[in-house]
Design a protein around this ligand. Structure first.
Ligand SMILES: C[S@@+](CC[C@H](N)C(=O)[O-])C[C@H]1O[C@@H](n2cnc3c(N)ncnc32)[C@H](O)[C@@H]1O
Length: 294
């Protein structure tokens, strides 16, 4: 393990916005060297964070997430918008929000489905009317007995499809299972954690990080709640790796759109903006945002 960015303040993610953000401690490991308990560690993290996950998401990195949700809704709204599946649905707030945006665009609110391992997150997602399967996403998208119009891997969630022996093949299988479940004309949205160029040494590609979320609970008094420290593993992707994954899958690269959502921009107006490769500097990259079409 190489300690690369100790105590990185993610406050810069929302430069120009007044949100309080999380503190991060980050190390980088190779997928091949993952410890046996990496998945349990990761799911425990989300169980611990369940109570304030939604608040933390929208108070902390709201401008970024809002752009991504609109991108997802724009694509889903071009389908027949009957059913959307979120892989690693968490508490379901983003799936519900995206489906609301889809309804605004095309007048049809999709039925919502998801897969998730954490029981605490599942309770919350079900309360939002989402049909949730308690299953490991690494087994692929389950059969919901109807064709899907959209399959979402938000918040870097394809990065939880890891195995120290199988590696990229498992992610290709996950994409192909999404292809299998989609109606012709349906789409996949991938929000991938893009690899920070400062960290791209020695083939290490998995972030192991702790975060301490801080949430403004009371805007009038300006009080902040600090959440417990949690730890998780997530795989990051370079653009070339994402392209290779799509090429190996049943989706066509020619029908794909691939761009970045930026962070760290000196120009606050650009934070969260969905930009093309030629408009980005390495330090700005944060998420790769991809749409695929069946
Ligand atoms: C980063 S959160 C994203 C939640 C939601 N999609 C969003 O964008 O807000 C990832 C979720 O995936 C779940 N998860 C992680 N690994 C999983 C696995 N192998 N199978 C099913 N769920 C998993 C975690 O419990 C967590 O709730």
């Amino acid at each position: 393990m190489s300690e690369i960015l100790d105590g990185l303040e993610f406050a810069d993610l929302a430069a120009g916005h007044d949100a309080v953000l999380e503190e991060l401690t980050l190390t980088l490991v190779r997928e091949a060297d993952l410890p046996d308990d990496w998945l349990a560690t990761t799911v425990d993290c989300y169980t611990t964070e369940a109570d304030y996950y939604e608040l933390a998401q929208y108070r902390h990195i709201g401008p970024l997430k809002a752009r991504i949700d609109e991108f997802a809704a724009d694509h889903v709204a071009t389908t027949s918008a009957g059913a959307v599946f979120d892989v690693g649905v968490g508490d379901g707030h983003r799936l519900a929000r995206i489906c609301g945006l889809v309804a605004e665009r095309c007048g049809r609110r999709p039925e919502m489905y998801g897969v998730e391992l954490s029981s605490r997150m599942i309770e919350r997602a079900r309360a939002r009317g989402i049909h949730v399967y308690q299953q490991d996403m690494r087994l692929g998208v389950p059969d919901v007995e109807r064709e899907l119009d959209g399959v979402l891997f938000l918040s870097g969630d394809l990065g939880f499809v890891m195995d120290s022996l199988v590696g990229p093949t498992l992610r290709r299988q996950a994409l192909d299972s999404a292809y299998e479940r989609l109606r012709a004309g349906g789409c996949v949205i991938l929000e991938l954690v893009s690899r920070d160029p400062r960290a791209a040494e020695g083939g290490a590609d998995v972030f192991y990080f702790s975060r301490v979320p801080r949430v403004d609970s009371d805007e009038d008094e300006g009080r902040a709640i600090t959440g417990p420290q949690t730890w998780q593993y997530i795989k990051t992707f370079s653009r070339a790796e994402a392209v290779a994954l799509i090429e190996a899958s049943r989706f066509s690269l020619a029908d794909a759109s691939i761009s970045y959502v930026v962070r760290n921009s000196a120009d606050a107006e650009r934070v969260g903006l969905h930009v093309a490769d030629n408009e980005i500097t390495a330090d700005e990259s944060y998420r790769l945002l991809i749409s695929l079409k069946k």
